[in-house]
Design a protein around this ligand. Structure first.
Ligand code: ATR
Length: 312
């Protein structure tokens, strides 16, 4: 892939956040621009909190075609936008700004990005119980995706139960409890018993099912804490093997290291596991699609993924 030659027609794309130095988004978008022969420069801007509005207005004034927004501004940026997509508004977090006539419109591409990443990896979540580990900003997007995908059962496990409860209540009041049931537990509670109870409930609702409650490998687990991230790579939020015996697919949203302790534990008990690089990839691809009103084919996704793997 060749590089972009900057000239008088080059359009600006960029990332607002703090810190941004280690972001792979510039490489991701440079690769997409190069594949499409688009004349863009995507830069990472480290913005101080009290300059966030100035940064958004300034980028608009400079004709920026679009921006990504990362930690810690996914919520803070919302008041400075002319419009917010309904799903992003429900989530209370925006990671992509698209230029319109009147200002930037905000979207959240983390949520559909994860869904598409799972599809790309051949992970089917329909009808599955899902356990989400963590209750921070990343879990918020994960829960939005799970509710949109209408999964039947969600269990949030988090060190601080109150944070899991706040998150669960928000989604319960937005989506109701008819389709998706949600529960929470801390690591100190007997969450294995709660999981077995959920399995039993699913079997009772589906009497034709051949799967026994407690049978191994029924659950999808999504790891959304920062535990296990480099340099603390020998840790996992949960390490009991009885938990991992229940997991068919483990999805860690960490991508550095490429194989986390969580992923190893899933594999040790016979499950499949994936890291968060594809979620990162597809949230970026969705943003690029929004900026250009195009669809990026899967072959390109594969090429960009190779590039990101080399980089990390
Ligand atoms: P993010 O936006 O990346 O989700 P966050 O909002 O700080 O970041 O959330 C980090 C998540 O990792 C939380 O679920 C946090 O648990 P708490 O809610 O109990 O703080 C979890 N986490 C971070 N460090 C942890 C640790 N050492 N052990 C267990 N969980 C941890």
């Amino acid at each position: 892939m060749g590089g972009i030659v900057i000239d008088g027609k080059t359009k600006l794309l960029g990332l607002l956040g703090n810190p941004v130095e280690h972001s792979v988004s510039p490489a991701l978008h440079a690769a997409l621009a190069s594949l499409r022969n688009d004349n863009y420069a995507y830069l990472a801007f480290k913005v101080e909190e009290d300059r966030l509005k100035a940064a958004v207005d300034g980028a608009y004034a400079l004709g920026a075609k679009g921006l990504n927004v990362t930690v810690p501004y996914k919520k803070a940026v919302m008041p400075y936008l002319c419009e917010i997509d309904e799903k992003a508004s429900l989530l209370g977090a925006v990671n992509t700004l698209v230029r319109t006539e009147h200002g930037f419109k905000g979207y959240n591409t983390d949520m559909p990005g994860l869904y598409r990443a799972m599809k790309y990896d051949g992970v089917e979540i329909t009808g599955r119980p899902v356990v989400v580990i963590g209750a921070g900003g990343v879990s918020n997007a994960v829960l939005g995706m799970l509710y949109e995908a209408r999964v039947p059962q969600i269990l949030i496990l988090n060190r601080t139960k109150e944070k899991a409860d706040v998150l669960a209540e928000r989604f319960k009041s937005a989506y109701g409890s008819d389709v998706t049931k949600i529960r929470t537990a801390s690591y100190d509670e007997d969450y294995l018993k709660i999981m077995t109870g959920i399995e039993q409930e699913m079997t009772d609702h589906n009497p034709g099912s051949t799967e026994e409650p407690g049978s191994p490998g029924r659950w999808i687990a999504i790891q959304a804490t920062s535990v296990g991230m480099s340099p603390g790579t020998d840790a996992a939020a949960i390490d009991q093997s009885a938990f991992y015996q229940k997991i068919e697919v483990g999805y860690d949203l960490i991508f550095n290291p490429a194989e986390t302790k969580f992923m190893k534990l899933v594999k040790q008990e016979g499950g499949r596991s994936y890291n968060g690089l594809r979620m990162l990839l597809f949230q970026g691809i969705y943003a690029y699609e929004l900026w250009n009103d195009i669809s990026v084919p899967d072959e390109w996704a594969g090429e960009v993924l190779n590039k990101l793997e080399e980089l990390i």
